[in-house]
Design a protein around this ligand. Structure first.
Ligand code: 4NP
Length: 200
């Protein structure tokens, strides 16, 4: 019998799983003679999307990716977040143009902006996905070692449908069309990422 728990804390995970297993065994008139705990959080894919302000591109990528993995029934296998290089918009919802763009397509971009934190984010995430070369330079320059630096990738590296694209362009100072392009870019990449992690 395998019993799961969605706790991130290994001790809670073990305790919860054991209690559930015990309850189930008793309901069958059985007794648990041994148990094994596997920390599922270690096997999670932990993705952090990065852009300059964390109010346009990266929260859109976060929102699209979260919905795609949820729709595919894979949400428990992922930890997905986004952050900005700058701190100008910390605590704010995504830009209303980006939110409207998502809402028209059934996505709710509602994460609050935060700034990348080199003291925790290099450890917390396995794949740090940046939107352009400036983001790449800014994040890699904060990496404490090669292992951390190797976690940083251009989002466009996964962009099979936009082969040759150098960046997801910043739509902030542009018009509405730029936001639709951003949505197209991040949704294509999220789709490619889900396939990449599924091993398709
Ligand atoms: P993002 O766009 O990096 O896609 O969130 C920007 C948002 C705000 C600013 C720059 C880019 N800004 O300079 O405030």
């Amino acid at each position: 019998v395998i019993v799961g728990s969605d706790s991130h804390n290994p001790k809670n995970l073990c305790d919860e799983a054991f209690l559930k297993a015990n309850e189930y065994a008793r309901s069958l008139g059985l007794e648990i003679v041994d148990s094994l705990s596997i920390n599922m959080s270690k096997t999670k894919k932990r993705l952090l999307f990065i852009c300059l302000g964390n109010i346009c591109r990266s929260p859109a990528a976060e929102g699209v990716m979260k919905k795609m993995v949820a729709d595919a029934g894979l949400a428990a296998g992922y930890e997905i977040d986004s952050a900005g290089i700058g701190d100008w918009h910390v605590g704010q919802l995504p830009d209303s143009r980006m939110r409207n763009c998502g809402a028209r397509r059934g996505y709710n971009f509602n994460s609050r902006a935060r700034q990348f934190d080199k003291t925790v984010d290099f450890d917390r995430f396995d794949n740090i996905l940046v939107m352009d070369r400036n983001n790449y330079r800014a994040i890699t320059s904060m990496a404490p070692d090669d292992e951390a630096r190797d976690k940083v990738h251009m989002l466009t590296d996964y962009c099979v449908e936009h082969a040759g694209a150098e960046a997801v362009p910043d739509p902030y100072y542009g018009d509405e069309d730029g936001f639709a392009e951003t949505w197209g870019d991040v949704s294509a990449v999220a789709d490619a990422l889900v396939r990449h992690y599924r091993g398709d």
